[in-house]
Design a protein around this ligand. Structure first.
Ligand SMILES: Nc1ncnc2c1ncn2[C@@H]1O[C@H](COP(=O)(O)OP(=O)(O)O)[C@@H](O)[C@H]1O
Ligand SMILES: [Mg+2]
Length: 333
């Protein structure tokens, strides 16, 4: 699959849609093919293209607005025309090899600050604002979920080994741990993923817990199935994820080939809670992970502001259309 680039629509109309994501993002490709079909011009770029393959000109006008362009050799956006930004999963700025470490660090800060020009433009719909994505950490999202009336398993964040045993006791002895940041981990040149893991009692007071912060959570032991809900501007697209065998039970990503997906529905109070949580987190889009237990209770475990959905076939078309609609409409002023 080649990434949709927007090269099919040329020149005369300045794109009003900017898409910032990594080159091989499959989720973006679905929506961008749809925008191509609708003949909605867009410019897709990645932060890795800046500054070597894209150029920013932004000049402060007397009325206080930034005007100018951000463009590659073939395409770009006029800042005054911009109506929607789909800020998905960009990688980071890339600089020429000749620059030293300190020069690069300086250059990253310069580039990052300069890009906030985009955030200051009026009349632009953001899906999502980069700052809202950055703010959506596990501690922040779980608190917002509870404040919005959603159920979150009991959670402890600590670097104190002595605190874990008593927390586990309050959780009926069954706790899991999962990473606070991204699950991709590289060590000795090998790339791996850090899945959700049970913590056996003999590890409750592991002295290594003191080496940094860890997140512990009550294990939902009577898991029936999981639901991934993609949210687009208040519209909800829930898909049930069924894992038939034990290997996929604790963390469904460990055996993704055995999973089956079905469209599903959510109880009204969960829908209300989701919309309230999205509002509190200032997110237009997110993919949420719920565990449904055998009694039918929904436990929120994760909010992914850049979450993928393209591999979940039952909701793919509806999501493609909903996001394309949103970007096509842009900010209505
Ligand atoms: N408290 C929990 N009890 C049981 N399983 C859990 C719990 N939290 C997460 N999981 C499982 O681990 C997997 C990933 O969970 P998630 O919270 O989305 O972690 P991550 O932040 O690493 O993406 C899912 O399959 C989920 O069901
Ligand atoms: Mg997750």
């Amino acid at each position: 699959m080649t990434p949709a680039t927007g090269q099919s629509t040329r020149g005369e109309v300045s794109p009003r849609v900017l898409v910032v994501t990594y080159a091989l993002d499959p989720t973006a490709d679905y929506v961008l093919r749809e925008l191509n079909t609708r003949q909605v011009p867009f410019w897709r770029t990645d932060l890795a293209d800046f500054p070597t393959r894209s150029t920013l000109h932004a000049e402060l006008r007397p009325d206080g607005q930034w005007a100018g362009t951000w463009q590659s050799e073939t395409r770009g956006v006029d800042l005054s025309e911009l109506r929607a930004v789909w800020w998905r999963k960009p990688t980071t700025f890339e600089f020429p090899d000749i620059m030293s470490g300190p020069e690069r660090r300086f250059a990253v800060t310069q580039a990052k600050q300069a890009m906030t020009v985009l955030g200051s433009l009026p009349g632009v719909l953001w899906v999502n604002r980069p700052q809202a994505n950055a703010d959506c950490t596990k501690p922040v999202q779980l608190a917002a979920a509870v404040e919005s009336g959603l159920h979150v398993p009991a959670t402890l964040i600590t670097n104190d080994p002595a605190a874990v045993a008593s927390f586990a006791q309050r959780c009926g002895g069954r706790i899991v741990t999962k990473v606070l940041g991204g699950i991709v981990h590289t060590e000795d040149g090998k790339r791996g993923q850090l899945y959700t893991r049970r913590v056996p009692p003999e590890q409750f007071d592991d002295p290594r817990i003191a080496l940094t912060a860890h997140l512990f959570q009550r294990e939902i032991t009577d898991k029936a199935y999981e639901i991934r809900v993609a949210v687009v501007d208040g519209q909800l697209f829930p898909a049930a994820i069924h894992a038939p065998d034990a290997a996929a039970r604790l963390d469904w990503r460990q055996d993704s080939r055995s999973l089956t997906y079905q469209p599903t529905t959510l109880p009204g109070h969960i829908e209300d809670g989701i919309r309230e949580m999205m509002r509190r987190l200032s997110l237009v889009y997110a993919a949420l992970d719920f565990i449904v237990d055998r009694k039918g209770a929904h436990h929120l475990v994760d909010v992914n502001p850049g979450g993928q959905w393209a591999w979940i076939e039952p909701t793919r078309d509806a999501l493609t259309h909903a996001i394309a609609d949103l970007l096509q409409k842009g900010q209505t002023v």
